[in-house]
Every structure is written in structure tokens, then in C-alpha cells.
Design a binder for this molecule. Structure first.
Ligand code: GLP
Length: 245
């Protein structure tokens, strides 16, 4: 972690630079699951930062799920995440899927606001050109690993205040009786472009799965149109098939 202090001029707060340096060490395999993190004092000396800075960086990595703290014995690199096995026959939310696996979810907001709809949004959501659309785009992160980018569009009459969406869109919709009960999902293979690969922390051109979900209320009204980009190296989609009679 040496050199953090000397590169401090580049703007980002020191604890964030240190956090990134530790996360990079884990990603590059310099620290592997189960490894103990050097002591706070050790890291502070090597990185030429204060112990408060080290504590802050470590606390964030624990919160993200990349490190685990065991009372009395120290801080360790968390077990590596297995590929996520995702059922294709249940209509669940990202938050619910991850919570069921005991993973900590965090989202980084990429965009949220109210806009005039695109022709595609008008068509899918059944909006007129006078109506507005709420867009929310998020990077979805589980146990510190970015897994997917989700770009959702909903009618602004359903979601008048996108800023009010907390950690879960479906939980927000549930509160107003707008949780979808059915969805049609289309999955196609793709390769990540530069911007998305940066967000997902993989090399440009890496495999991805593009998932388009159109979800419906019981009344048949379309409630959500979401385009997602999932990391190809992190997901297995599983469906049960039955012989049709
Ligand atoms: C899944 C779906 C999205 C949906 C999201 C809601 O990931 N692919 O279409 O918008 O769940 O998740 P949450 O309620 O955690 O925001």
C-alpha cells in the first residue's frame, strides 16, 4: 500500500485511495480469501497515512463485504463469491436475491430523474409524448463486487419521485401497490464496452448477459422496463423445464 500518501495530490480522499489499494490487492490475488490483513499500525506506516484513515478504509471494505472482522483475531479477506445461481422462473428483485444468499447489497447511482420518454419507452410503457418517464440507473454491488448495471424506466405517474427510491426499487413499488406480479425477460449474450466494463471492474470486451425485463401489474399494465447488463463471469441462469403435455 506504499505510495498512497505520495499520490494524495490526485484529489480523492486518502481513505478512498487506501480502500482502492486494498481492494486491488484482493482482486489481483495478492491477498486471498482467509488471509489476515496486516495490522492497522502496519498499514498506516507502509502507506504513510494515519491509523484513522486505515480504520475508515477497512470499515468500508467490511461494510462492502470484501473483508470480515473477527473479534479478537483481526481482519480477514472474506471468502470469494461463487457464481450466482439465478432462477429464471421466479419474479424477484436483486435485493431479495442477494439477501437470500446472505450477501450485502449496495447500489451506486448512475442516473435518476424525470425525463421526456424516448420513442421506445413510449411504446413499451404505453406513454403519450406528453407524459414523462422516471429513469433510474444503478450499479448493483454484492459483497463489494459489482455484478450488474440496471437501467430502469417507469412511468413518472408510477414513480413521481425517483429520489425517493431507497435501496430497492421493488420495495418502493410495493409501498404504493405497484409491485409487478409477472414479467417477460429476454437474455442475450454480449461483450462489454469500455464504460460498462469499467463500472463492472472487468476487462473491456468481457462477456456479459444483457437482460431486458418488462414487468406487469395484475391488471396487465406495464410497470417497469429495465435493461440490465450482468457480468458473464458471475452468473448462471437456471430454469426448470417440463415436458409439455
Ligand atoms: C432485478 C431485475 C430488475 C429489477 C430489480 C429490482 O435485478 N433484473 O428488472 O428492477 O431486480 O431490484 P431492487 O428491488 O433490488 O431494486
Amino acid at each position: 500500500f506504499a505510495g498512497i500518501a505520495t499520490s494524495a495530490q490526485n484529489g480523492a480522499p486518502l481513505y478512498l485511495q487506501l480502500k482502492k489499494a486494498i481492494a486491488d490487492a484482493v482482486r489481483r490475488g495478492l491477498l486471498v480469501p482467509g488471509d489476515a490483513l496486516p495490522s492497522e499500525r502496519d498499514i498506516a506506516t507502509r502507506a504513510e497515512v494515519s491509523r484513522v484513515t486505515v480504520r475508515k478504509a477497512v470499515q468500508e471494505l467490511v461494510r462492502d463485504g470484501m473483508l470480515v472482522q473477527r473479534h479478537g483475531s483481526g481482519t480477514f479477506v472474506a471468502p470469494r463469491m461463487d457464481r450466482v445461481e439465478q432462477s429464471l422462473s421466479r419474479l424477484t428483485s436483486f435485493t431479495e436475491d442477494m439477501a437470500r444468499r446472505g450477501m450485502k447489497v449496495r447500489s451506486a447511482w448512475l442516473e435518476r430523474g424525470i425525463y421526456p420518454p424516448s420513442p421506445e419507452e413510449m411504446m413499451v410503457l404505453g406513454l403519450s409524448s406528453k407524459e414523462l418517464v422516471a429513469r433510474i440507473s444503478r450499479l448493483r454491488i454484492a459483497n463489494g463486487t459489482p455484478l450488474a448495471i440496471e437501467r430502469a424506466s417507469l412511468s413518472a405517474s408510477t414513480l413521481p419521485d425517483p429520489d425517493a427510491v431507497g435501496s430497492s426499487l421493488y420495495a418502493t413499488l410495493e409501498k404504493t401497490g405497484n409491485r409487478p406480479v409477472r414479467a417477460v425477460q429476454r437474455i442475450s449474450a454480449a461483450n462489454l464496452g469500455d464504460a460498462d466494463s469499467k463500472l463492472l471492474e472487468v476487462a473491456p470486451g468481457s462477456a456479459s448477459l444483457n437482460i431486458e425485463r418488462i414487468s406487469y401489474l395484475l391488471s396487465g399494465k406495464v410497470i417497469e422496463f429495465t435493461r440490465s447488463v450482468y457480468r458473464g463471469d458471475a452468473y448462471d441462469f437456471v430454469a426448470e423445464l417440463r415436458l409439455s403435455s
